[in-house]
Design a protein around this ligand. Sequence first.
Ligand code: ZN
Length: 424
Amino acid sequence: MKFRSSVHRANLHYEVRHKPTSAKACGEAVTKLIKEEFNPNDSGIIYCLSKKETEEMSSTLNQNGVRALYYHAGLDDWARSSHHRRWAKGEVQVIVATVAFGMGINKTDVRYVIHYTMGKSIETYYQESGRAGRDLKPARCILFFRPLDIVRQVANLEGQGGPLAVQNVYEMGKYASSNDQCRHLSIASHFGEGEPPNNHTCDICQGVCEEVVEGDYTGHAGAIANTLDAARSLKEDLTVLKLVDKWRGSKNAADKALAQALSKDQCEAVITHLVLQGILEVYIKFTSYSANAYVKSSLKMSQVLFGDGVLLRLPAGNSKRKNSKQKANASSGGIKVVKKESLKAVAPVRNDIKNVEETTTTKKKRKRHDTAVSHLKQSVKMESEGRPLVAPHIIPNMSLGNLMDDDGSGEESASIDNSDDDFM
Ligand SMILES: [Zn+2]
């Protein structure tokens, strides 16, 4: 009989927090979290999407009395090595990094890993968050999540990786929006494992996650379909944010009333959840300067409107978390990505989470599992030998440039210039 190791990390506490809309409010939320929930000598990593974000976040932290340095591939070798060394020695509390930070991390006492934006798969999230608590003492993995980040990550793929890459993003989106299954179990089942030993170290088990309420959103889906139809008749493509605006300003009074009864954030959540259910589809169009993600009704739309109806589980907007006082500043964001190709439409990809689960074979899960375990073992072994870790998952195109406008002031979409490898 062959025994298989587990991917389960019992000392890690997983948590997902609501991510405010504006970059400023996000910076404040992260600062508050570090100052109020960790000791000044606790060591941490914050993962950001772009070089610019790492520099801004580092600056925000320092201005607020949290010693931080940033790390990305745009720094010269000396600066990278110096920033890494100073963090490793504990001279600064936090390193704010892009995914380039993974090479040579041999610090075992990292007490928290914060993700400022959802990553592109559960695998990468598991590996990056797993850099916390390698000394086997309690450590925390906190993901700041905004539904729009799911669509942004699909845009980030720039049409590369095919349907599987999109499915991976949706699986990560499902992890982030879930509130009814232990996060350890979500991760374990992604890698084909059963329920991990009972330890309740996640926000869901402890009942401090964002409250999610199931409701009938058939009318909302119909109103969104009407809004998309109206745009289509004008040959207009709609991003998620533009769709929110058009819906809220609809000429159809009933459709408009449904939107106005929700906050902008809630409208965004409804649309994103319709994407996750395969009722809306994301498609990407490339221009000379950008790749933009738009949404349209899928074939499933008519099916649900005239038959099954739409049940969604959405945040109730009244977080039960005691320390969570972040207020969402409903405004902009963006889905544009730079692509130096001219106008190439990418075929929409099936995006039903349920289908993702059904098509993910046991074989794939076993492969994922063995890879994850082997990286875990390798990292622990290397640490015990005092050798630096080699990041198992540095994947080009992991992320892009600045996906959020600087102040969230209502720019419909931010153009991202990754021509200089901004993401590393
Ligand atoms: Zn749990």
